[in-house]
Structures are given as structure tokens and as C-alpha cells.
Design a protein around this ligand. Sequence first.
Ligand code: CTP
Length: 401
Amino acid sequence: MHADQLSGKKIILGVTGGIAAYKACWLTRELIKRGAEVKVVMTPSALQFVQPLTFSSLSKNEVVVNIFPDNQNNGTSMKTWHIDLVRWADLMIIAPCTVNTAAKIAAGISDNALLTVVLALRSPLLIAPAADIDMYENKITQKNFRTLEDMGYSIVKAEKGELASGLEGGGRMADINKIADAAEVILLGYKRDLHNKKVLVTAGPTNEDIDPVRFIGNRSSGKMGYNIAKAAYLRGAEVTLISGPVSESIYPEVKVISIRTAEEMKKAVDAEMVNNDILIMAAAVADYKPIKISDRKLKKEDNLDMIKLTQTEDILSTLKVSGKKVIGFALETDNETENARKKLKNKLLDMIVLNSLKDKNSGFEHNTNKITVIHKNGEQIDFPLESKFRAANRIISEILK
Ligand code: CTP
């Protein structure tokens, strides 16, 4: 986590009456943790699931429930709170958004405080639906969500899984981290500019076995590649992620192919390349592997000089593609740009992303990165130290430039 994520952003969180309302408490915390200020508006049905006190305690702000405030002095004082609120906000999120609220928004109804805010809203609106499977998949519901999308509202689709009713299927509210990531993409000003594009991302290290116990590896955590996969998905792409052994998690909509070795990664990339428009090779592929993998554990007494190494095949250099965009990475400690430019040329890349290990918060294992992008035409852009999610979005925008 890095404070630059939603720092200084003002978010209205609308909570409607579904069991996922309890997750909106976690979402409030997550948004605040990422630096945002949050003000919560609840529908009357949401009160059946969570108390306003929970949200006011978490957000440190008053929670709006009623259209007409209690203390209006018998109508003698006017309070246009909803107008003040919409003018304050950079973004509104409705999570969970019930099918009822979605239908009302689509129809322009404003019979509660939350809907009044939606109608008056000047900033973008992000909707995270939640419902039981039959209500969610109902034709009218689906039509309403399509209408909302056509109106320009953003939707983080519900996920498949176990539902509160005990049924299995679509309708579970998206993970709160994914909702917060989607909010960040919108607030950074990015659109669904990868819509209809298929993006292949590689991430993490490869492990080259020495014996049944040991391997040659590297310190790649996979964070950069996973953040690229997330950003690409949220910007509309269909994403396939070929991942080495890492402990990062990814959205359920991203197809993951798990591999261990450079050879397995090469096979997977070669097989998937035909189905994709863009390859982003963020993986730290091992350059060397043992010539022979011992089938028994090597002992101290064994002469370790017996581990002879051979080069792995270079995946990018041996790629057979045309008409696709290919992006490589370079991690350098010396003569950084010069080495990156050489790799860009030798590996016939469209663009290369240079990670520097010189900045102490950049590179392996960190949540932040300082990248330099170099295009095929020689153009070079240096970006500041920022979260890997922001860096991932920069990379995507540069690819689309
Ligand atoms: N790469 C690859 N296949 C390999 C090794 C690297 O496709 N066997 C890719 C990486 O995924 C990265 C780019 O090539 O996108 C550059 O990787 P890097 O390790 O920086 O460069 P190398 O070519 O391995 O050169 P060196 O390690 O000598 O710097």
C-alpha cells in the first residue's frame, strides 16, 4: 500500500440494502487507508443490515440517511445538503448496489437520499452490484445495468461464488480491493481504453531446479506484473497472466497460467501469443538453469562444482509474431538507459520499461516503483516514484500512445 493511491480524494459511498452492506464497512476502511476522505449515504433498507454509527465511526463523518434532515426547524431553514455533497465529491461509489437501486437510477427515480445524490451528481459514478443469482441474472436487471453503462457509469461486475442464500453463482459483490482499484483508475482519469483488446502479461520469477529440494531463483515478487494485469483488466482488456511462483492475488476474471521454469514460461507464451494483441513481459526469467536436475537431494559432501549451468532460451528474442505489440522490461544497476536501449533493439521490442534499483523504494518486493519508458522511436519518459498500480497504468497508456 502506498499513500499516493487515493490521497486527497473525496468519495461519497452509497450503501443500499443487501447483505453485502457489511462489506461496505471494510470498503470504507480501505478507501480511507488509501488516503481518501469518505462520506456515506445509506438507503432506508441498508439500515436493516448495518447501522449508520458503524459508518460514521469509520469515516469520521456524518452519515446521510434521510432526504429531509430532522433538524429543519419545521421547514423554516433550508438545507440543500445533497447539492453541497455532490459539489464536494470527486467520485461516488455505490457498493453494494441492489437491483432495486440500479432500476431506480436507470429510470431516474429519486425517492430517497442516495438517489437524490445520484441525480444531482457531477462527478463519476462507480457501481458495484450485488444480488442473489436469480435477481442478478434476471433479464430486466441485466438490461438496467447495460443502460447504466450506456449512460457512462462504471460498473465493477459482481463475481461468481457462494451467495448468502446458499446458492452458487453470479451476484456476489466484487472484492473490496477490486472496487478500490477501480475507483483509483477512474480518479486517475483513465477510461476503458483496452476494451476489445487481449493482453498477455508475464509476472514473477522462474525457478530452475537443481535437485528435488533446491532451485535457482530471483527476488521478483510479481507485484509489477500483477498490477499490470489488474490495470489492464480494469481498463477493459481480456487478460491472461502467465505467472511464476509468487504470493500475489489477482481478480477472478483474469485467466492465470501458473508455471515454474523458464522453459514452461516460454511454452505458455508461445501458445498464448496467437490469441493476444499485446504481450507485456514483466517476468524476471532466469537466464541460467542447471544442465541436469539431480533426482536425489545433493549432499554437503557432493562437490557443488558439479552443478553445471546452461543458458535458458530467451523468450522475447525467440518470439515468432507479427502485428502484435511486444513490451519488455529491463532491470539494470549500471549504464541503465544504454543497456535498456540495447535490449529494446536486440529483442525487437515496441517499448521497454526500465526499472532502476538505484532508488531504495523501487524494484523487487516494493509496492512502489520508479520506471523509465523507452519507445521504439527513441522517445524516453521518466516517471516519478509511485505505487506499482500507478506505474502499471502509465505503462498501459504509453503502450496505447
Ligand atoms: N527475458 C526473456 N527470456 C529470458 C530472459 C529475459 O524473455 N530468458 C525478458 C524479460 O522478461 C524482460 C527482458 O527479456 O522483459 C529483459 O530481461 P533482463 O533479465 O533485463 O535481460 P536479459 O536479456 O536477461 O539480459 P541480462 O540479464 O544480461 O541483463
